[in-house]
Design a protein around this ligand. Structure first.
Ligand code: PMP
Length: 425
């Protein structure tokens, strides 16, 4: 795009950033620029694209819905795509989580981004305690967590360069340490301490992988114990599956691997296969019931203009249909295997450390003098990859590869060949 464009891009320092790529079309795992360059989307367009760009079934569903109902106010009105999608999500999520009659997610609240899904989750947790008469307001969150860019979700997220300018407005949360391999007990002890006096409203976590915090991974056994600790004190367990959901962690949901059913769960990104902005916050019957009353003050006061947009719901229905009728988990297993093979080559490469993987998510840290989100190697990796037709966007010195599930072994190997061809930093 021309340098005099009026567009202000997200997470972009315009004084330093190269000219934005002008993408005209996309198909499968590939983007195409207006001047005809093909670029491999190794970051699934900010982790949203699951099956591949422009999956024909999703595009057809969008086209068909757009001719029938584009948008309608969702307070006092409902529509078939939202109703069908909610039922199908409840079935799919509960069967994946092997929920029981007493431990299941029963209601779906629509919004339009990962941040709003989490903001809604936090408000549901606080509303639950207020409406049931127990004044619990403390939120427990994890070190290095990222939950979005609204004031509430930034408050739950780690403090750092992302939110330093707004620090004075962010509310305090109780922070527990990241359960680094070998130090899990410290996390569990801190959680036990934070919940012991039964004053915590909820714990919010990214299950198994902390995304924007640097693709930090921890084990399912620790996640399972964290849930038990929360149960012992009645602390609500909020799972932010915005990144890990829809197969990224190797299973439909990361919580499946720990055999836990959260009280509240946020899903976004891959909900529409990455085609349209839509998010959901699922909750248990108890959370819904706490807001169900003839007392109007107990209403769940949250909305946005585009809540449950019918076209986005139709796209999500097509995504659910793809999950139910196509071998999505097989594709994920194949991509997971290829990721491990490719990563193996880097385990003894002295330029990298912390080579790691959870499902389809692979990450490794470039040895750099200036680690952290603003590390100078990040833009250098991006530029080097782009010269070779690959879109990568490291988180500081953490390089991650998270491509769509339709990626072939040859395509993925090329990404790692290009990464390996980088000269020493
Ligand atoms: N939670 C997690 C775990 C995320 O990774 C993200 C986005 N990267 C968000 C919330 C916020 O999602 P969105 O950008 O759609 O608002």
């Amino acid at each position: 795009m021309p340098n005099n464009s009026p567009v202000w891009h997200p997470f972009t320092q315009h004084a330093l950033a190269p000219e934005a790529l002008n993408i005209a079309r996309a198909e499968g795992a590939w983007l195409e620029t207006a001047d005809g360059r093909r670029i491999f989307d190794a970051v699934s367009s900010w982790w949203v694209i699951t099956h591949g760009h422009c999956h024909p079934k999703i595009i057809e569903a969008i086209r068909e819905q757009a001719t029938k109902l584009d948008q309608v106010i969702f307070a006092g009105c409902t529509h078939e795509p939202a109703e069908k999608l909610a039922s199908k999500l409840i079935d799919l999520v509960n069967s994946s989580l092997k929920s029981t009659a007493t431990r299941r997610l029963s209601h779906v609240f629509y919004s339009d981004s990962g941040s709003t899904a989490v903001e809604v989750a936090l408000k549901m947790a606080l509303g639950y305690w207020r409406n049931t008469g127990e004044p619990r307001t403390k939120i427990i969150a994890m070190e290095y967590g990222y939950h979005g860019d609204t004031i509430g979700t930034m408050s739950a997220g780690a403090r750092g360069v992302f939110n330093a300018a707004y620090e004075a407005l962010l509310f305090d949360v109780k922070r527990i340490p990241f359960p680094k391999a070998g130090s899990e007990q410290a996390t569990l002890d801190a959680l036990r301490d934070a919940t012991a006096d039964r004053s915590a409203a909820c714990l919010i976590v990214e299950p198994l992988v902390l995304g924007a915090g640097g693709m930090m991974m921890y084990d399912a056994a620790t996640l399972a114990i964290m849930k038990q600790i929360c149960e012992a004190s009645g602390t609500l367990f909020v799972a932010d599956e915005v990144m890990t959901g829809w197969g990224r962690s190797g299973t439909l949901l990361a919580c499946e691997q720990a055999a836990i059913v959260p009280d509240i769960m946020g899903l976004a990104k891959g909900l529409t296969g990455g085609s349209m902005p839509l998010a959901v916050t699922l909750c248990s019957q108890a959370i819904f019931d706490a807001h169900y009353s003839t007392d109007r003050t107990k209403t769940f006061f949250h909305s946005s203009s585009y809540t449950a947009n019918p076209i986005a719901c139709a796209a999500a229905l097509a995504n659910v249909d793809i999950w139910l009728t196509e071998p999505v988990l097989e594709r994920i297993a194949r991509l997971t295997r290829t990721q491990s093979e490719c990563l193996a080559e880097f385990r003894h490469d002295s330029r990298f450390e912390n080579v790691r993987q959870t499902g389809t998510i692979a990450a490794l840290d470039l040895m750099a003098a200036d680690a952290g989100y603003l590390a100078n190697v990040g833009p250098k990796v991006t530029a080097h990859a782009l010269e070779h037709g690959i879109l990568l966007r490291p988180l500081g010195n953490t390089v991650y590869v998270m491509p769509p599930y339709c990626t072939t072994a040859d395509e993925l190997k090329r990404v790692y060949d290009v990464l390996g061809s980088m000269t020493r930093q």
